[in-house]
Design a protein around this ligand. Sequence first.
Ligand code: SF4
Length: 346
Amino acid sequence: MSKKVKIGSCYIGGGEGVKVQSMTTFKPSDIDNTVNQIKLLENAGCDIVRFSILNEDDAKAIKIIKNHVNIPLVADIHFNYKLAISAIENGIDKIRINPGNIGSEDNVKAVADAVKAHNVAVRVGSNTGSIEKEFLSKYGKNEVSLVESALKNVAVLEKHGVNDIVISVKASDVKLMIKSYEYLASKTDYPLHLGVTEAGTEHDGIIKNSIGIGSLLSKGIGDTLRVSLSADPVKEIEAGVSILKALDMYDGFVRVVACPTCGRCEWDCMAFANKVNDLCKTAKTNLKVAVMGCVVNGPGEAMDADLGIAGGKDCAVIFKNGVISKKIKIEDIESEFIKELKNCLK
Ligand code: SF4
């Protein structure tokens, strides 16, 4: 099991449940827009949010933003060690920084001292665009150079007494990303931040992230994730939460099972499944609901759910906890089933 690292009010690693992250798209000094976006992300299920700190105004905004949101904040900082210290002094919960790009040993020590004094966690990581030259020339661009680059940065922090570390090794090539995290997991017990970097636009990006992040999580690798998409960050959170739900790694949600429909279906099962899905979207109850198109293959799945329906030509059957609950007319599906569903969601 990975080491447990505290990030503000939550933990990453140590079997604490995989945390979903995203990044805001505004400069933190644009406080109103940043706070509003964080609230939207929070509502969508975001556990931890990151933003880029580009100057002192951004760093100072952290203190104000913190007072308006409930989730831990991460400052993404490159090159400027003074900004890292300022972010920490202004109350950031975690910084994303690579010791290798903040200059001299003294700069690294100053950041490490601030990190320790304020109990702040650090994420270090490499991606295919930031592999250290020595590893790139020695190994080429592969999982070894990605991992060795990240671990070199970890070693620098450890040397200065920093141990609350989260590591990432991102690639936009999904197979390389998977191999890199597998290799990293074999070499460290620090918690791992999963992500496919520059995954692309919404549809293809979600697929790439789901394959990369999902296959690692299914093997027990990974403690936090960010689905990176060229899309609204709320979409990143929705996709991250869906990945966790698909792997049964999310507590308190309604799993809606629905058939794809085929020529046997004699009612608008697809529209009804979407309606059921919408009703269940924000529910925090552990429940399995099945919406099935016909009585040929439908009952098996419907019986397997806590609440299920199998539609037919003129009538439909509602199943509860594996047994037939009632037979209803097809025109009553909506009123009858939704009533049952709402009772289950209470
Ligand atoms: S449950 Fe029935 S309608 Fe749905 S896909 Fe299977 S056979 Fe077709």
